[in-house]
Ligand binder design. Sequence first.
Ligand code: HDE
Length: 709
Amino acid sequence: MAKKPTKQDDLARNVTPPGTRLTDNLGHAISDDQNSLTAGPRGPTLLEDFLLREKIHHFDHERIPERVVHARGAGAHGYFQLDTSLAEYTRAEVLTEVGVQTPVFARFSTVAGSRGSADTARDVRGFAVRMYTSQGNWDIVGNNIPVFFIQDAIKFPDLIHSVKPEPHNEIPQAASAHDTFYDFISLTPEAMHMLLWVHSDRGIPRSFSMMEGFGVHTFRLVNARGQAHFVKFHWKPALGAHSLVWDEAQKIAGKDPDFHRRTMWETIDQGGTLEWSLGVQVFTAEQAARWDFDVLDATKLIPEDLVPVRRVGRLVLNRNPDNYFSETEQVAFMTTNVVPGIDFSDDPLLQGRNFSYLDTQLSRLGSPNWPELPINRPLVTVSNNQRDGHMRQTINPGRVSYFPNTLGGGQPAGVPAARGGFATFPEPVGGVKLRARPESFSDHYGQARLFWNSQAPIEKEHIVKSLQFELSKVDTRAIRMRMLDHLEQIHPLLASQVALALGEKARASEHAVPGGSADAAAETRLLAGAIARPTASGKLLRATALSLESGQPKTPKGRRVAILAADGVSAEHVAAVQRALKTAGAGADVVGLHLGELGGGVSATKTLGNTDAVLYDAVLIPGGARSAQALSQQGDALAFLAEAYKHGKPVAALGEGVEVLSASEIGRAVRDTPPAAPAASAGDAVQHLSEVGSARRLTGAGSTALAEH
Ligand code: HDE
């Protein structure tokens, strides 16, 4: 069988390795591009200096407009491999040819921030996957949250104008905590469901590889017999979905604004991969008609309890781009990139997106010939009568650029659906023209309540604190009050908790538990009572898979551990810990008081001055009397530990390392609990890492991870 073309081979056609001979852009050998051509050494620069002009001209035009949304992102190459054929539902080869590896380029992004903003802002994450299939490009341009803020694309410019920095002073960057956003949101009840997701731990993922991905809209699968089913697409991360805590996310934004892209880059650079399963929820129009929400409404999800997610294939990212601009920046995802066997639904948000993604490429990439860019061109041959335009790359021979023709042998001719051509699913439609929202889109609180009810207590606490944070930054009291009214509709307990920080009384404030999260008894009362109206939720009060606390794989894999060390550290401990971490798939940095040799062959790769506890998932202190003593007397080392502890991270010690813990705030915090004891082995200490959950506490109260024994 002929080898399938890979995208890597295709991109290689455009990769130019650096030459040894300096030339201008048209290949003329150049003797000097460091000195302008001047009249005398101190004289004026001559207009004749074509080299100066070429170099500056190119530089002057190096920037293109950033994406109007999702400007900040990072991408990687890989493949998708199908395990289970969906031939019963679709004729798309990518979903029916089991075992075939389809080349992929994926890009992850934040939405609101500009290109230079920080990775860990609280925001939705874009999760865009392009598959270079044997039938052309298929893009799933999704997010890490399964629902959207609005139901109709016509509201998108308003939504984005409200969340972007305010137009008079361009403040705040990459943040929704400001008046214009909540002014709009508080007048847009349909946004409440998504708002809760963004304020949950999903809004601050730990890494790209620890996020779920969702196609969001209902799409259609059409099989070889022309029969259609509805489908929702999911990406389930092999490492499970996990998050940061808010205080940590804010600090990382300063300590390492590239935190997420760096983690992905380094994982792949060191030979690792990022992996997800492709999941599908396939259902019929008849099933959909029975639910109390509309599957065409993108503010609603289909609970997995109603339609389980079937895992059918694997996405693996394993190659970093060669050039950020040419690949990650120039990639042009489009919801309209579908292949025969995959089709759209009438979701009005999706219909609007189908216009926007084509349209936006013209202002970003500047020419209708952007599909010829290496990262955008498909692996199949492009053949049509479209011609010319700015920056045309293809040379089309011959004199025929029209159809029908006889001079070109009647080519290229349409391909009937039966022979693999794309044909839109012939759904019967009708009705009067109008601008109106269907009645079936009208419940805006049912699924928000379902989401709230499905969260674990610690997750509820995080949602409350996040809303407290953002709403307390809204200056206009009337907007804050409108928001409390909406939260009240979702759940009185939520409203009353948020109200506490705003100095307000929500209507149900008698349920408030000062400083705490959901009180269990009040919670049960409220759930059982009339307040918990399960509308638009498939009649469910709680749904599985909405909480990150249950059912997510927990593993040390993909985590990063700081090994705190100073001169004289036990080389044996460090080696054992590094071995154990490597076996577990976790990364480690030896963080010293200085870089380089610490004795016994141990080398520090980071220092207390150039890194920070927020950049690690756990801290381990090996033995070695001299090292332990030096660290115990170092304010920075003790602060490092206190910070990790505050963020609820596992902290473990071996041998004399425990003295450092005792000297730190952790020692004081746990003085009355069982005394600190060193971990029995490096393996034990590493085992502790799997305790890293997604919903860590801010206060340290949940972190009992002093030392394993
Ligand atoms: Fe987008 N969105 N969007 N969006 N979106 C863009 O296209 C738009 C929506 C998403 O890594 C833009 O090429 C409209 C939902 C991702 O390059 C633009 C509406 C979802 C990315 C655009 C939506 C997304 C974009 C800007 C409402 C999740 C980044 C640059 C109808 C299902 C892709 C570009 C990448 C980017 C429009 C809503 C995901 C302007 C009009 C819902 C992941 O075309």
